[in-house]
Ligand binder design. Structure first.
Ligand SMILES: NC(=O)c1ccc[n+]([C@@H]2O[C@H](COP(=O)([O-])OP(=O)(O)OC[C@H]3O[C@@H](n4cnc5c(N)ncnc54)[C@H](OP(=O)(O)O)[C@@H]3O)[C@@H](O)[C@H]2O)c1
Length: 374
């Protein structure tokens, strides 16, 4: 059984659901994957950082919030402090920071600093926050490679539906040339609701009540959330080095909702479309409402549904759709990243093959630790 120590930086909707999902899946993770996880510390903006009392660590993460010891003041200090305090786990590659602080659309901070501090302290990093990958993917991926740790962020786009994993794990040798998609649930829900005659404010209130809208809903409405996802996707899948500020951006307003109603009456759909394409050496990235023909795959998305269409060199177009979004799906993204890390660690720690198989082993692929971090 391999035990991972988890450091939760940010403890809001997503992190809390992740902790309860870990508890629900605890027996399966142990039985099928030989994986156990315990929360060793939690930090939030208002509370600072606090370590979880060992007595609660033993009984499981669901009881994680019970804490002991003096708080460490800033979340960044806490990350560094925890890596030193749990250096034994870090050395064995069993320390993981789960970063779920709020998106800062101006600079991606302090999440980027949290990621750097964790990697340099020997922890792997998992985040659902778009900031680090949208603002600093190249530098952070390089830092992860140097530290020989993983930097994973499946939950940053389309929750637990595989997008980054899909390309990294299942499309070797395929080049992504462009993508287009609907990647923001709140705005798609509002546009669909307005097509059905519901007021803009009422539809927005639904999304806020469900915890789906960003803490600051203007991030959704003004297209910033989509722009951050577009930058993240372009940086990882197209090899770009852009930020959300480089994405041409237009959001939605009550007036856009009225246009959606007109489009629907004409057999078309108005969608907030995020797209990026490589043009020569430049990446052209854009978020804007677009009127789509009724038979466009994106036109079929209702409510909170999302989809991304990848244009590739060898497989033409591949589409991934998310028919419903929920906190469980975002929490699953964090869990799937944790399982990827566990697989790496277990492969690395696997005993050497018996004598006589050495030749075959030499021909087998390089060990997981050499794999580039995505
Ligand atoms: N909710 C979703 O469905 C969803 C889906 C995909 C991705 N995400 C992403 O996941 C992340 C978390 O979302 P959430 O819904 O869990 O947010 P949330 O409920 O608002 O929780 C955010 C947490 O981050 C902490 N925090 C905020 N700013 C901080 C700062 N500057 N320094 C340290 N801690 C800070 C908050 O601490 P305080 O409470 O003390 O302020 C809180 O514990 C966000 O980046 C979001 O974009 C969310």
């Amino acid at each position: 059984m391999t035990t991972f120590d988890l450091l939760l930086i940010g403890y809001g909707n997503v992190a809390k659901r992740f902790v309860s999902l870990l508890e629900e899946q605890r027996a399966t993770l142990a039985r099928r994957h030989g994986l156990r996880a315990r929360v060793i510390g939690i930090a939030t903006r208002r509370s600072g950082g606090q370590y979880v009392a060992p007595v609660f660590r033993r009984t499981g993460p669901a009881r994680g919030p019970a804490v002991a010891g003096a708080g460490v003041r800033t979340t960044l200090d806490f990350v560094s402090d925890a890596c030193v305090r749990d250096a034994a786990a870090a050395r064995k590659r069993r320390l993981v920071m789960i970063e779920t602080t709020t998106l800062d659309i101006a600079r991606g901070e302090p999440a980027i600093s949290h990621v750097r501090a964790a990697l340099s302290g020997g922890a792997h990093v998992i985040t659902a926050n778009k900031g680090p990958v949208a603002f600093a993917y190249r530098a952070l991926a390089r830092a992860a490679r140097r530290a020989n740790r993983r930097f994973l962020f499946e939950g940053a786009v389309m929750d637990g539906v595989p997008v980054f994993n899909l390309v990294r794990e299942t499309l070797p040798g395929v080049r992504i040339i462009a993508f287009r998609g609907v990647v923001n649930s709140t705005t798609n829900y509002i546009l669909t609701a307005m097509e059905r005659g519901r007021p803009f404010a009422e539809a927005l209130a639904d999304m806020q009540a469900q915890g789906v809208a960003e803490a600051d809903a203007s991030l959704d409405l003004d297209g910033w959330d989509s722009a951050a996802k577009t930058a993240a996707l372009a940086n990882v899948l197209l090899g770009a080095a852009i930020t959300p500020l480089d994405v041409e951006r237009m959001g939605i307003t009550p007036e856009t909702g009225r246009l959606a109603l007109d489009a629907r009456a004409a057999g078309r759909r108005l969608k907030l479309v995020a797209s990026a394409v490589r043009v020569g050496r430049r990446i052209v990235a854009r978020v804007a409402p677009e009127e789509l023909p009724g038979d466009d795959l994106l036109a079929g998305l209702d409510g909170q549904q999302n989809a991304i269409i990848l244009r590739t060199d060898l497989l033409e177009e591949i589409a991934v759709a998310q028919r419903s979004g929920s906190l469980t799906q975002t929490a699953y993204a964090l869990l799937s990243d944790l399982m990827t890390i566990a697989r790496d660690v277990l492969n690395r720690d696997a005993p050497a093959p018996p004598r006589g198989t050495a030749r075959a082993t030499r021909r087998s692929p390089p060990p997981a630790r050499r794999r580039r971090s995505l």
